[in-house]
Design a protein around this ligand. Structure first.
Ligand code: PLP
Length: 375
């Protein structure tokens, strides 16, 4: 059976050109980057070249880019650094963040080091920036604000510049989880009032298990993982050389094709909206899907019926890969905390479709055809 993969917000297939760039570092270039002889020096050079590439594309200094194991680690690092090194004592976040942020904030909230609060959401799922301003104005202690650039489930995009300016006004530290936007949008970190940003290679056809944390030059944070002092003392341990090389290559390719790919993927999203409206009665779209929204994500609510309650399972049986929310390690469907936070109607079945350059309108036609049968 030919499968249809529409879960590209969970992960994307590796680009063959990225694999090709990585291969030498899995084979001949096996040296430890910290070794002083040629095998080591070649790999040190590969890492530093990758860092420069990433910094150039994101308009940051190479010294502001740290390689990590992915989005989750980077989010954790930013939050711990804000508390342990930057004196933040109150965290403001939103109820629709990725669990990499939400569960980390919950963890710290249980300690006596910090308190936390949620910013209000507008009915379309956007962050209420007036409420952010009001909350920051009311706090005496130093605050840490962590708000994602794009929501991985409903696609809503935050005005990161406006949020950052509000944080600046109150001398708050600002982290934005940019995992769904790095490699998909032009990101100019130097012009954005953000202290921490994060990325994960597997969201833009790079390898899994490698990511970045951007730490603005103006703040000083201490190492999280202690040992041999790699990553300029911030994250000890022999580097994931082929992952780092793959991350930079994938970002380079994504950046070069950004205009063409984003226009094509946006056209797929629009095509699916029209097809669903035409063929499925009572279909609804979650979040600001036609406004400030990721072109890669479309979150749809279908009417709840006996058949549609099994929708994800039934689609999987037809070889159609989609999700109800973010990918979760247990595989258990516990519903989506994002949909729960924005929805007023529990009698709906939410499904996230997320697209890549590999999808086609023919695939969407097939999926809509199946949905017609299943609902
Ligand atoms: C918005 C967001 N943040 C963080 C993560 C975690 O990234 P990783 O799986 O690379 O740790 C993801 C991936 O699902 C994500 O979509």
């Amino acid at each position: 059976m030919n499968r249809i993969y529409l879960d590209n917000a969970a992960t994307t297939p590796l680009d063959p050109a990225v694999l090709e760039a990585m291969m030498p570092y899995m084979t001949n270039h096996f040296g430890n980057p910290s070794s002083i002889y040629s095998y080591g020096r070649e790999n040190r050079l590969a890492i530093e070249t990758a860092r420069k590439t990433v910094a150039r594309i994101l308009n940051a200094h190479p010294g502001e880019i740290f390689f990590t194991s992915g989005g989750t680690e980077s989010d954790n690092m930013a939050i711990s650094a804000a508390i342990n090194d930057l004196g933040c004592r109150h965290i403001i976040t939103s109820p629709i963040e990725h669990h990499a942020v939400l569960h980390t904030v919950e963890h710290w909230d249980k300690t006596d080091k910090i308190t936390s609060s949620f910013v209000k959401l507008l009915p379309n799922g956007h962050v209420d920036l007036d409420d952010l301003d009001a909350q920051l104005a009311s706090r005496k202690e130093r605050c840490f604000v962590t708000l994602m650039h794009a929501n991985n489930e409903i696609g809503n995009l935050l005005d990161i510049y406006a949020a950052g300016e509000i944080c600046k006004k109150y001398n708050a530290i600002f982290h934005s989880d940019t995992v769904q936007t790095v490699g998909h949008y032009k990101i100019d970190l130097r012009s954005k009032p953000v202290h921490f940003a994060t990325g994960a290679g597997h969201k833009f056809h790079g390898p899994k298990g490698v990511g970045i944390l951007y730490v603005n030059d103006n703040i000083k944070v201490k190492p999280v993982i202690l040992g041999g002092g790699q990553e300029r003392n911030m994250r000890a341990g022999t580097e994931n050389v082929y992952g780092i090389v793959g991350f930079a290559k994938a970002l380079e390719l994504a950046d070069a094709m950004l205009e063409k790919d984003s226009a094509y993927i946006q056209s797929l999203k629009t095509y699916m909206v029209n097809a669903l409206e035409q063929h499925i009665p009572a279909v609804e779209f979650n979040g600001d899907y036609a406004g400030e929204s990721l072109y890669t994500v479309l979150n749809v609510s279908f009417p709840k019926t006996e058949k549609s309650e099994m929708l994800l399972f039934s689609l999987d049986m037809q070889g159609i890969c989609v999700s109800g929310g973010s990918a979760c390690s247990s595989g258990a469907d516990v519903g989506s905390h994002v949909i729960r936070a924005i929805s007023t109607n529990p009698n709906k079945v939410p499904v996230r479709f997320s697209f890549s350059k590999h999808n086609t309108t023919a695939e969407i036609d097939l999926v809509v055809e199946k949905l017609k049968e299943l609902i």
